[in-house]
Design a protein around this ligand. Structure first.
Ligand code: FAD
Length: 128
């Protein structure tokens, strides 16, 4: 599926206790976002390690989650911080934990009529 033309999914919200990232945010945006780097640098660093600039300029968070490789840079961070993925269809929205979504068979727990809308995780996922 091509989500490039969809409105409302290109955002990175770090204002609350959780960080929420819209599905079409590109790896390069996560790498360069000052707010994300200040509040949760692990994901910026994971994004900046992905391949080269051409891939990071085009590759998106939803594409990574859509490929459902639990060893992908950003998916492995989402699993480590116990993040969640919001899925939507024409008749429902549901949330699934990253540990339940990503599995070794790389299928992703997503139904044929759903798309990934965003991911979110606690800004401070680890006790200090
Ligand atoms: C040369 C190369 C090197 C790479 N190296 C790394 C690496 O080191 N680490 C790493 O983590 N990744 C790596 N990647 C993967 C890259 O980061 C992209 O995430 C990946 O290629 C997906 O591309 P895309 O975002 O354009 O998604 P697409 O190719 O557009 O989509 C990928 C899949 O997700 C589905 N999909 C897309 N959007 C949604 C949605 N909203 N809801 C549901 N399903 C959706 C699509 O239908 C498709 O099946 C590499 C890729 C390339 C080409």
């Amino acid at each position: 599926m091509d989500t490039n033309g969809l409105d409302g999914l290109d955002y990175l919200d770090t204002s609350g206790d959780e960080i929420e990232i819209g599905a079409i945010v590109r790896h390069r945006d996560m790498e360069k976002s000052p707010a994300l780097r200040a509040k949760f640098p692990t994901l910026s660093i994971a994004a900046e390690k992905i391949a080269g600039l051409v891939v990071r300029n085009r590759g998106t968070l939803d594409g990574s989650a859509g490929e459902a490789d639990p060893g992908g840079n950003c998916p492995s961070v989402l699993v480590a911080v116990d993040g969640e993925i919001e899925l939507m269809s024409t008749d429902h929205i549901r949330t699934i934990g990253a540990t339940d979504y990503f599995s070794a068979d790389m299928q992703g727990s997503i139904k044929a009529n759903e798309l990934i809308r965003c991911v979110r995780f606690l800004k401070k996922p680890f006790p200090s």
